[in-house]
Design a protein around this ligand. Structure first.
Ligand code: PLP
Ligand code: COI
Length: 365
């Protein structure tokens, strides 16, 4: 197995000025601005992983017959690097992203990038672009590794040539409203993923398939789509780029429930982390099926006290209102709950280096 590769390093001859970096970091938004460099690594059947490079951020050339453009072999990851109070930089659970990247590759019949190369690519990029890691509270440098099929040809089969790329983008809040509770749309017309499909992979096509329902949600005045299972259209799965949690009860007796990993939803790293933090707080923790009827019924009876979405980009975002084809309802009047805030504070505290990282999640690369 490849554990390390020699890198060709080409510094950007025209890096952004310090003034420009400061301007971007003052208001990073999400996914709008990119750092001075990128990493690429090639794979082909004969040589395996080879030709690792750090280069100035640049456009990619693609043959019109490149297989990704026709049959869609493309996967990605999303993780963040944070600047800690002592100035050092650490990323949140990058090993888990490396493993999920390999799982996605397997599902799409693509080559698996060894974890050491995945982690090494982050190390290389942070070494040259560390000045782009924000210093402001919750802001971070969002890292976007991706892999796609570059082989030229129109036969339908797994490609024999791929390009791995890592780019980075300073990130603030994913939602324009910050911590304001979002309104969600229960999608019964469209489904995101079916049993045996690609839903558990971070596969580009899953996101393409979600866009029409996202547009429908926006038409209904909602911020996000909630996906239901493909067969019965009653079991809650996840949102377009986030997992979901439900809080039953309140105070020390609160229980947090998240849909079980059905094979059709993404096994979120934030989801996994919050299950552990909730247990640390002494809350009951359940991974099980959760239906739209339970959601509405328990919201009305008051047993369901909080709902929130979580993910790398979205962090933890409260869900206040729910709309569906036959009506709408609120959870606790649409207010942000105590369990949501407690979990959010602990998670972001660990990420920013403000509270003890008792699970050893933060990794200096
Ligand atoms: N679900 C989907 C479809 C996603 O795209 C994401 C974002 O990565 C998540 C859930 C949350 O996963 P994570 O917490 O690993 O970012
Ligand atoms: C992430 O949270 O990293 C994602 O990939 C979600 C996407 C909607 C930005």
């Amino acid at each position: 197995m490849t554990t390390a590769l020699p890198y060709t390093r080409t510094p950007n001859p025209q890096p952004a000025t310090p003034e420009r970096v400061a301007e971007v970091l003052a208001e990073p938004g999400f996914g709008q601005h990119f750092t001075d460099h990128m990493v690429t690594i090639r794979w082909n059947r004969e040589q395996g992983w080879h030709d690792a490079r750090v280069e100035p951020y640049h456009s990619l050339e693609l043959d019109p017959a490149a297989m990704v453009l026709h049959y869609g072999q493309a996967i990605f990851e999303g993780l963040k690097a944070y600047r800690r109070p002592d100035g050092t930089i650490a990323s949140f659970r990058p090993q888990a992203n490396a493993e999920r990247f390999r799982a996605s590759a397997r599902r799409l019949a693509m080559p698996e990038l060894p974890d050491e190369l995945f982690l090494g690519s982050i190390r290389e990029l942070l070494a040259v672009d560390s000045r782009w890691v924000p210093t402001v509270a919750e802001d971070s440098l969002y890292l976007r590794p991706f892999l796609y099929a570059t082989e030229k040809g129109l036969g339908v089969r797994p490609a024999t040539e791929y390009l791995y790329v890592l780019i980075a983008s300073p990130a603030g809040s994913y939602f324009a409203g910050g911590l304001k509770p979002v309104t969600v749309w229960l999608s019964t017309e469209y489904v995101r993923a079916a049993p045996g499909g690609t839903g558990a992979a971070k596969f580009a096509g899953n996101y393409a398939a979600s866009l029409v329902a996202q547009a429908q949600a926006a038409e209904q005045g909602c911020d996000q789509v909630v996906w239901l299972d493909a067969v019965e259209r009653r079991w809650v799965e996840e949102m377009g780029g986030m997992n979901l949690f439900f809080v039953l009860g309140s105070g020390p007796d609160a229980r947090v429930v998240t849909p079980e990993l059905s094979g059709a939803l993404l096994p979120g790293i934030t989801r996994n982390s919050l299950l552990r933090l909730a247990a640390d707080f002494g809350y009951g923790v359940e991974e099980r099926r959760f239906s739209t009827e339970e959601w509405e019924k328990k919201a009305e009876s008051g047993e369901l006290t909080e709902v929130f979405a979580c993910g790398t980009a979205a962090v933890i975002t409260p869900v206040g209102h729910v709309k569906h084809a036959d009506g709408e309802f609120s959870v606790s009047g649409g207010a942000t709950g105590e369990v949501t805030l407690r979990l959010r504070e602990r998670l972001t505290g660990i990420q920013q280096g403000l509270v003890e990282d008792s699970h050893g999640w933060m990794t200096e690369l």
